[in-house]
Design a protein around this ligand. Sequence first.
Ligand code: 48N
Length: 334
Amino acid sequence: MAPPVATGPSAFDVPAPSAGIDLKKGLNGNEHQAAAVDPDRKVAEDYEGNYQFAPIEEAQVSRAMIKRYFDMMYDRAVSDVVVVGAGSAGLTCAYHLATTRPDLKVTILEANVAPGGGAWLGGQLMTPMVVRKPADRFLSEIGVPFEDEGTFVVVKHAALFTSTLLSRVLAQPNVVLFNATAVEDLIIRPDPVSSSSGQRIGGVVTNWTLVALNHDTQSCMDPNTITAPVIVSATGHDGPMGAFSAKRLVSAGLLGELGNMRGLDMQRAEPAIVNGTREVVPGLVMAGMELSEHDGANRMGPTFGAMMASGIKAAKEAIRIFDQHKIVEGRVVA
Ligand code: 48N
């Protein structure tokens, strides 16, 4: 798509300061234009036509983003726990991890530009979100109001849950979220601790999502890596990358075959996902609806309590794994 082309001088075109324009008067004496180049103009929150921002240079904006983002990438090249997928299960996991273990470097990778997964709506694009008790306790913990219906509660809009959870997660100082970033492979190494498979997941292989989705159009767009002793995979069951880790475990020979999600049964599905949340191969904890594909559990449809409870259980599993091993530079050594 060609960039927009200016059709001619605009009333707001402001010549460079070197053009000798009287900075106090701007072009043609237009006071508003003067403000655009005059570094001495005062800041004014004025809604009567004279709103004045503090001056800024384009390079300042670029450098403010670049330094912070790439400092984060550099620092999180070795993380303590990586959470793949920022849906309701992954975000709940990250929240529980970050709040119970502020010492841990928690790094979330989300393929979409917009985190939140499938929890922006309830079912069939309807907005209310149903959560069966006792999972309502998590809603109370993060301050999401709901209507109590006896055995379940209803959040008036799913986005109220997801936006509240996202804000709580991102407010944690030990959490970093890389959205628009896909996990396109796993780091798989010989396991230094005795285990049946002899293999341990030691991190993730990442790329910008738009790159990961275009390997068929361009060759040699190599990825990046993040090393960590524990990976929590909560990539859901649908979407272009749904059940990513479950599928990779099959192709890597670490899982015989996918269990494939079974038909809808709310009674069976929700406890199966929560109770099935576990370390499925050394170093990899699976949570949320990705488990339905891994284990062949039923789907529950538009009730979300199991996602929250699974996320909490996954966090507890991740902490157990982290604490029980000797870890050097993000690698389990004993
Ligand atoms: O919301 P999802 O899809 O997954 P969960 O498990 O957090 O929640 C599932 C839940 O919303 C349901 O499906 C409900 C309960 N319905 C059940 C039913 O019966 O239909 O979030 C997964 C996230 C998404 O945001 C994906 O973009 C992301 O994971 N993702 C990835 N991010 C990075 N790298 C990847 N390879 C990747 N794959 C998926």
